[in-house]
Design a protein around this ligand. Structure first.
Ligand code: PXG
Length: 291
């Protein structure tokens, strides 16, 4: 089946899905996005992704060219046209085509596109054995510059952090804030398990308000596991019993070594396994149907 992209109100083949070189999403990273996932013909947490997209748009004073209902229909239609049962959905809204100055008011209409594609997964080996990750020098955005809750098209510092990890031979990086506290990884939130309590940094420390993060917090509460949003230093990570990352793409990824320190006994822990099987059950049973 030919891949179809939603672009400004039309469904076009991938080769024809082109935007202007004057688009401010490209020239300045002036825009926002969402990454969603589908399981067995259903989009997981669609309403939550819509809410976050609208909150990001509000923060950067960006018009989303469709009503919430019409955007949801466009997302469902794009997913349906592409026909995958399990896939990745990317929604992107940019300031649109302008001139070469920053001037956002010269951009007469926002650009909106929706891509549905096969999902690229971490190999199964890492879910079984866990990742080894490191802390890197490039810091996460702070609310003093660009609020980290905004899922904007400016990912350069996260990309630099990823490059720093890769240069050192690792797949993922922990990013600190300017006070040196843990925020999250480059595209995933971070959690630890400490004496049977699940802990994750509050978003004001510099983390995206991750939808998988919120889902894991809800799952933990249902499983009667205590959850705390708590400021974490590297010290807390090194001395944790378990550590894991969460994201729409990665789902729940165990971490077994950080900056050369083995976490707990170096094996994927019980709490991770419990939360992970509850998450798997949830994605199999929930979601908005499109097929
Ligand atoms: N933190 C950051 C900085 C992110 O970009 C997450 C956490 C996890 O959030 P969710 O809502 O997905 O639980 C993200 C996720 C991908 C991909 O390919 C994901 C993100 C960005 C770019 C690519 O999975 N964002």
């Amino acid at each position: 089946m030919e891949q179809k992209i939603y672009l400004n109100g039309e469904f076009v083949p991938r080769q024809e899905a082109k935007i202007s070189v004057y688009d401010h999403g490209l020239l300045y990273g002036d825009g926002i996005f969402e990454g969603l996932r589908t399981y067995n013909g259903r989009i997981f947490k669609l309403a939550e992704h819509m809410d976050r997209l609208h909150r990001s748009a509000k923060y950067i004073c960006l018009d989303i060219p469709l009503s919430r209902e019409k955007l949801i229909n466009a997302v469902l239609k794009t997913a349906q046209l592409n026909g995958y049962r399990d896939c990745y959905v990317r929604i992107v809204v940019t300031r649109g085509e302008g001139d070469l100055g920053l001037a956002p008011e010269k951009c007469k209409s926002s650009t909106l596109f929706i891509i549905v594609d096969k999902i690229e997964l971490f190999s199964e080996e890492f879910y079984k054995k866990g990742l080894e990750i490191i802390t890197v020098p490039t810091q996460r955005n702070t609310p003093y510059n660009l609020d980290p809750r905004v899922k904007s098209l400016n990912y350069l510092n996260n990309i630099l952090a990823k490059i720093e990890a890769q240069n050192a031979g690792f797949k993922e990086a922990i990013m600190l804030n300017r006070e040196g506290f843990v925020t999250e990884c480059t595209a995933d939130n971070i959690f630890i398990v400490d004496n049977d309590v699940i802990k994750t940094p509050p978003t004001y420390m510099g983390a995206l308000d991750g939808i998988t993060r919120k889902t894991v917090i809800e799952i933990a509460k249902k499983l009667s596991i205590e959850v705390k949003e708590e400021i974490l230093a590297r010290y807390d990570l090194f001395n944790a019993d378990e550590c894991f990352l969460t994201g729409t793409g990665a789902e729940i990824m165990p971490v077994v070594k950080i900056d050369g320190r083995t976490i707990g006994d170096g094996k994927v822990g019980n709490t991770i396994n419990k939360v992970r099987s509850a998450y798997k059950k949830l994605v199999e049973t929930e979601g908005t149907s499109y097929l």
